[in-house]
Design a binder for this molecule. Structure first.
Ligand code: SF4
Length: 191
Protein backbone atom coordinates (compact mmCIF):
# COMPACT_ATOMS: atom_id res chain seq x y z
CA UNK A 1 0.00 0.00 0.00
CA UNK A 2 1.14 3.53 -0.83
CA UNK A 3 0.28 6.82 0.86
CA UNK A 4 -0.02 9.87 -1.36
CA UNK A 5 1.57 13.18 -0.51
CA UNK A 6 -1.97 14.62 -0.61
CA UNK A 7 -2.97 12.12 2.12
CA UNK A 8 -0.23 13.55 4.31
CA UNK A 9 -1.54 17.09 3.78
CA UNK A 10 -5.05 15.94 4.69
CA UNK A 11 -3.77 14.09 7.74
CA UNK A 12 -1.92 17.12 9.04
CA UNK A 13 -5.08 19.19 8.60
CA UNK A 14 -7.12 16.62 10.52
CA UNK A 15 -6.07 12.97 11.17
CA UNK A 16 -9.66 11.78 10.90
CA UNK A 17 -9.88 12.64 7.20
CA UNK A 18 -7.72 9.60 6.48
CA UNK A 19 -10.02 7.33 8.50
CA UNK A 20 -13.14 8.54 6.68
CA UNK A 21 -11.49 8.45 3.25
CA UNK A 22 -9.50 5.24 3.43
CA UNK A 23 -11.12 3.10 6.13
CA UNK A 24 -14.76 3.98 5.36
CA UNK A 25 -14.19 4.93 1.68
CA UNK A 26 -16.17 8.17 1.95
CA UNK A 27 -14.63 10.64 -0.51
CA UNK A 28 -14.36 14.35 0.11
CA UNK A 29 -16.91 16.42 -1.75
CA UNK A 30 -14.54 19.04 -3.08
CA UNK A 31 -11.82 16.71 -4.28
CA UNK A 32 -12.74 16.63 -7.96
CA UNK A 33 -13.42 20.34 -8.22
CA UNK A 34 -10.19 21.09 -6.43
CA UNK A 35 -8.15 18.99 -8.83
CA UNK A 36 -9.60 20.72 -11.92
CA UNK A 37 -9.03 24.14 -10.40
CA UNK A 38 -5.53 23.29 -9.33
CA UNK A 39 -4.59 22.04 -12.80
CA UNK A 40 -5.74 25.27 -14.37
CA UNK A 41 -3.94 27.47 -11.86
CA UNK A 42 -0.75 25.52 -12.13
CA UNK A 43 -0.63 25.88 -15.86
CA UNK A 44 -1.10 29.66 -15.68
CA UNK A 45 1.29 30.13 -12.78
CA UNK A 46 4.15 28.30 -14.35
CA UNK A 47 4.04 30.61 -17.30
CA UNK A 48 4.27 33.61 -14.97
CA UNK A 49 7.34 32.40 -13.10
CA UNK A 50 10.03 33.88 -15.18
CA UNK A 51 12.24 31.17 -16.61
CA UNK A 52 15.37 33.30 -16.40
CA UNK A 53 14.62 33.97 -12.70
CA UNK A 54 14.58 30.26 -11.97
CA UNK A 55 17.65 29.68 -14.07
CA UNK A 56 19.76 32.55 -12.69
CA UNK A 57 18.62 33.06 -9.11
CA UNK A 58 18.10 29.40 -8.25
CA UNK A 59 21.01 28.30 -10.46
CA UNK A 60 18.86 25.74 -12.17
CA UNK A 61 20.43 23.99 -15.13
CA UNK A 62 17.47 21.77 -16.07
CA UNK A 63 13.97 21.07 -14.88
CA UNK A 64 11.26 18.47 -15.32
CA UNK A 65 7.59 19.36 -14.88
CA UNK A 66 4.69 17.34 -13.39
CA UNK A 67 6.86 14.42 -12.36
CA UNK A 68 4.95 11.47 -10.90
CA UNK A 69 7.11 9.47 -8.49
CA UNK A 70 6.69 6.49 -6.19
CA UNK A 71 8.91 5.12 -3.45
CA UNK A 72 8.67 1.47 -2.38
CA UNK A 73 11.08 2.21 0.43
CA UNK A 74 8.93 4.88 2.09
CA UNK A 75 5.59 3.71 0.61
CA UNK A 76 4.69 7.12 -0.73
CA UNK A 77 3.73 8.48 -4.12
CA UNK A 78 3.00 11.91 -5.51
CA UNK A 79 3.33 14.32 -8.36
CA UNK A 80 5.97 17.03 -8.02
CA UNK A 81 5.07 20.26 -9.82
CA UNK A 82 8.68 20.75 -10.90
CA UNK A 83 11.99 19.02 -10.21
CA UNK A 84 14.83 21.54 -10.51
CA UNK A 85 18.34 20.25 -11.17
CA UNK A 86 20.79 22.76 -9.70
CA UNK A 87 24.32 23.61 -10.74
CA UNK A 88 25.82 22.20 -7.50
CA UNK A 89 24.74 18.67 -8.47
CA UNK A 90 21.70 18.61 -6.17
CA UNK A 91 18.03 18.71 -7.10
CA UNK A 92 15.08 20.48 -5.48
CA UNK A 93 11.28 20.24 -5.67
CA UNK A 94 9.32 23.38 -6.62
CA UNK A 95 5.69 23.46 -5.52
CA UNK A 96 3.12 26.06 -6.58
CA UNK A 97 0.60 27.27 -4.01
CA UNK A 98 -2.47 29.27 -4.86
CA UNK A 99 -1.91 31.28 -1.69
CA UNK A 100 -0.37 34.42 -0.26
CA UNK A 101 2.98 34.23 1.53
CA UNK A 102 2.33 35.02 5.21
CA UNK A 103 5.98 35.34 6.22
CA UNK A 104 6.36 31.72 7.34
CA UNK A 105 6.26 28.40 5.53
CA UNK A 106 3.50 26.29 7.07
CA UNK A 107 4.42 22.93 8.59
CA UNK A 108 2.15 21.16 6.10
CA UNK A 109 4.00 22.67 3.16
CA UNK A 110 7.39 21.91 4.68
CA UNK A 111 6.43 18.22 5.14
CA UNK A 112 5.04 18.09 1.64
CA UNK A 113 8.28 19.44 0.17
CA UNK A 114 10.37 17.06 2.30
CA UNK A 115 8.37 14.09 0.97
CA UNK A 116 8.94 15.27 -2.56
CA UNK A 117 12.62 15.54 -1.65
CA UNK A 118 12.69 11.89 -0.54
CA UNK A 119 10.98 10.82 -3.76
CA UNK A 120 13.43 12.80 -5.89
CA UNK A 121 16.48 11.46 -4.04
CA UNK A 122 15.39 7.89 -4.50
CA UNK A 123 14.32 8.19 -8.11
CA UNK A 124 17.06 10.43 -9.53
CA UNK A 125 19.80 9.35 -7.09
CA UNK A 126 20.90 12.92 -6.37
CA UNK A 127 21.09 14.75 -3.02
CA UNK A 128 18.17 17.03 -2.15
CA UNK A 129 18.82 19.54 0.61
CA UNK A 130 16.33 22.26 -0.23
CA UNK A 131 12.99 22.90 -1.87
CA UNK A 132 11.01 25.89 -3.13
CA UNK A 133 7.45 27.11 -2.83
CA UNK A 134 5.99 29.61 -5.27
CA UNK A 135 3.12 31.62 -3.76
CA UNK A 136 1.08 32.60 -6.76
CA UNK A 137 -1.08 35.17 -4.92
CA UNK A 138 1.96 37.08 -3.63
CA UNK A 139 3.21 38.04 -7.05
CA UNK A 140 4.76 34.60 -7.44
CA UNK A 141 7.07 35.02 -4.45
CA UNK A 142 9.47 32.06 -4.25
CA UNK A 143 10.50 30.90 -0.77
CA UNK A 144 13.38 28.53 -0.12
CA UNK A 145 13.10 25.74 2.47
CA UNK A 146 16.32 24.13 3.69
CA UNK A 147 15.86 20.49 4.71
CA UNK A 148 17.49 19.03 7.80
CA UNK A 149 17.48 15.33 8.65
CA UNK A 150 14.79 16.04 11.26
CA UNK A 151 12.46 17.32 8.52
CA UNK A 152 12.84 14.06 6.61
CA UNK A 153 12.41 12.02 9.81
CA UNK A 154 9.25 13.89 10.82
CA UNK A 155 7.74 13.46 7.35
CA UNK A 156 8.50 9.71 7.37
CA UNK A 157 7.02 9.35 10.89
CA UNK A 158 3.80 10.96 9.67
CA UNK A 159 3.60 8.56 6.72
CA UNK A 160 4.04 5.62 9.12
CA UNK A 161 1.28 6.97 11.40
CA UNK A 162 -1.06 7.16 8.40
CA UNK A 163 -0.17 3.63 7.30
CA UNK A 164 -0.97 2.34 10.80
CA UNK A 165 -4.28 4.22 10.83
CA UNK A 166 -5.34 2.72 7.51
CA UNK A 167 -4.00 -0.81 8.04
CA UNK A 168 -5.43 -1.28 11.53
CA UNK A 169 -8.53 0.90 11.08
CA UNK A 170 -7.67 3.15 14.02
CA UNK A 171 -10.11 5.96 14.68
CA UNK A 172 -7.72 8.84 15.35
CA UNK A 173 -8.27 11.99 17.36
CA UNK A 174 -9.72 14.84 15.33
CA UNK A 175 -8.03 18.18 14.93
CA UNK A 176 -7.82 20.32 18.05
CA UNK A 177 -8.52 23.39 15.94
CA UNK A 178 -12.29 23.25 16.05
CA UNK A 179 -12.66 26.10 13.56
CA UNK A 180 -11.71 23.55 10.91
CA UNK A 181 -14.83 21.51 11.70
CA UNK A 182 -17.21 24.28 10.62
CA UNK A 183 -16.92 23.62 6.88
CA UNK A 184 -15.82 20.00 7.10
CA UNK A 185 -17.40 17.46 4.73
CA UNK A 186 -17.45 14.89 7.52
CA UNK A 187 -18.88 16.97 10.35
CA UNK A 188 -22.22 15.11 10.33
CA UNK A 189 -20.61 11.73 10.91
CA UNK A 190 -17.74 12.86 13.14
CA UNK A 191 -18.33 12.76 16.89
S1 SF4 B 1 -15.43 17.48 11.83
FE1 SF4 B 1 -13.48 18.30 12.63
S2 SF4 B 1 -12.54 16.58 13.74
FE2 SF4 B 1 -14.15 15.71 12.40
S3 SF4 B 1 -13.10 15.15 10.50
FE3 SF4 B 1 -13.89 17.23 10.21
S4 SF4 B 1 -12.20 18.62 10.81
FE4 SF4 B 1 -11.75 16.56 11.63
Amino acid sequence: MFITVSDVIEYLFCPRFIFFMHCLNIPQREERYYKVLRGRELHESREKVNTSYVRKRLKCVRKEVSVYLTSRRYRIKGEVDEVLFLDDGTAAPMDYKYAEYSGVVHRTHRYQLALYGLLIMEHFEVPVNRGYICYTRSNHHVEEVIFRQKDYDAAIDTVNEILRTVQYGYYPEGTKQKARCVDCTYRNICD
